[in-house]
Write a protein that binds this ligand. Structure first.
Ligand code: NAD
Ligand code: MG
Length: 402
């Protein structure tokens, strides 16, 4: 807490979907928070608008070429403007009471680690950090005595349900999954889906990358890995169940047969508020559940034949070593290629599988190793995408890459 009694906070990835929900909560409780840093990658206009509204000490744009635009946009506000990779790291290193890691992808690893070293509490939305750097990321938090509070809705649910319980009494973690927009499609029907169809999630409004991950169910695979690191429960005791209504955000079953669930409307402001106020709670304007109006809550086993990404992620977790880092990077590259319409939807798991199969690598021993592995997996995934393009060009009867 700073001298003025306000909680000092930073938002890394302030212009994204999680960033916007976080700023909404902060704007509603101006009397409780002082904002240190807001960061973004390239959405400079959105960053300027957010900074003018929330008045952080510093606003940072990742792309160095946008510095002048940011500086001009903040003219007369007294808010410091900065740009570039090092400026992002410097902002993340400013000591704060609370920081949220809401950057998407492995690009968030270094800034989020910087925050992990200098914040008292790290609220983590950026699950890719834990997937690609797992134990190394946690070591860094432990070394600096930083508390980690998950923001991913499933992990926030488990975090809430575990409070006050003994870890050895936990039998299973049960992650719920909406099933995404293609839950009922056959593989043949999935072959031709467009990025627009894939990003229109039935229950959650999110950034493009996580929306595609939800459609392939790689998101749930990444979340199994995330849960493994957050809660120290072995992979075979982490279940996934499809629950299309997204009312139950996840569950824990205990040794006595009790299953505890956390419920709420699918609105990320609840898990963000849980992290922001932890270990207290704070009010939010989130719509309340109306149980009487709820028709039914349904559950089903996930279909790993139609959604192979889930099995790929589980295999990477079981196989260990470098596999989770490679899985994450290959998936990011494949998702971007799908969004650019260079590959079809079903090519996403194919590319990830090929990168995982291409070479065994030892577990990364340092963050520098993680970054090297990440870069290597990206090169290999890009080569696989070029290979697929050549295959299609050689077989003109086939209208699009899978
Ligand atoms: P988004 O795409 O909406 O926003 C991403 C943010 O990261 C933006 O502010 C962008 O400027 C910044 N960014 C992107 N690339 C960057 C780079 N190279 N360097 C620095 N900053 C960069 O994403 P989102 O949906 O808000 O998701 C953010 C993270 O939270 C992801 O890891 C996602 O898996 C996780 N998450 C999101 C949701 C959700 O509802 N959106 C739910 C659970 C977890
Ligand atoms: Mg989630």
């Amino acid at each position: 807490m700073s001298e003025d009694g306000l909680k000092r906070v930073s938002v890394l990835g302030a212009t994204g979907s999680i960033g916007a929900s976080t700023l909404d909560l902060l704007a509603r409780a101006r009397d409780r928070f002082a904002i240190e840093a807001l960061t973004a990658h390239s959405q400079v206009d959105a960053l300027i608008a957010a900074a003018r509204r929330l008045k952080p000490a510093v606003a940072v744009i990742g792309r160095a070429d946008l510095y002048q635009k940011l500086k001009d946009g903040l003219q007369g506000t007294g808010i410091e403007a900065a740009a570039g990779h090092q400026a992002l790291l410097d902002a993340a290193q400013r000591p704060v009471d609370w920081a949220i890691g809401a950057i998407v992808g492995a690009a968030g690893l270094e800034p989020t680690l910087a925050a992990a070293r200098h914040a008292r509490v790290l609220a983590l939305a950026n699950k890719e950090c834990l997937v690609c750097a797992g134990a190394l990321f946690k070591d860094e938090l432990a070394r600096h005595g930083t508390d980690l509070v998950p923001v991913d809705s499933e992990h926030s649910a488990i975090f809430q349900v575990l409070a006050g319980e003994r870890p050895e009494r936990v039998e299973r973690l049960i992650l719920t999954a909406s099933g995404g927009p293609f839950r009922t499609l056959t593989r043949r029907e999935m072959e031709g889906v467009t990025p627009e169809q894939a990003v229109s999630h039935p229950k959650w409004s999110m950034g493009a990358k996580i929306s595609i991950d939800s459609a392939t169910m790689m998101n749930k695979g990444l979340e199994v890995i995330e849960a493994f690191h957050l809660f120290d429960v072995p992979p075979e005791r982490i279940d996934v169940v499809i629950h299309p209504q997204s009312v139950i955000h996840s569950m824990v079953s205990y040794c006595d047969g009790a299953v505890l669930a956390q419920m709420g409307e699918p609105d990320m402001r609840t898990p963000i508020a849980v992290a922001l106020a932890w270990p207290d709670r704070m009010p939010t304007p989130v719509k309340r559940l109306d149980f009487a109006a709820m028709a039914a809550l349904t559950f089903a086993a996930p279909d790993e034949a139609r959604f192979p990404c889930l099995a790929l992620a589980r295999a990477a977790l079981q196989g260990g070593g470098a596999l989770p880092t490679l899985l994450n990077a290959a998936n990011e590259v494949a998702v971007q290629a799908f969004l650019r319409r260079e590959i079809g939807f079903l090519a996403i798991p194919e590319i990830v599988e090929r990168v995982l199969a291409s070479a065994a690598r030892p577990a990364p021993g340092s963050i520098a190793d993680v970054l090297d592995l990440d870069a290597e997996a990206r090169r290999r995934a890009e080569a696989e995408i070029r290979g697929l393009a050549r295959t299609v060009a050689a077989a003109p009867g086939q209208s699009r890459m899978r």
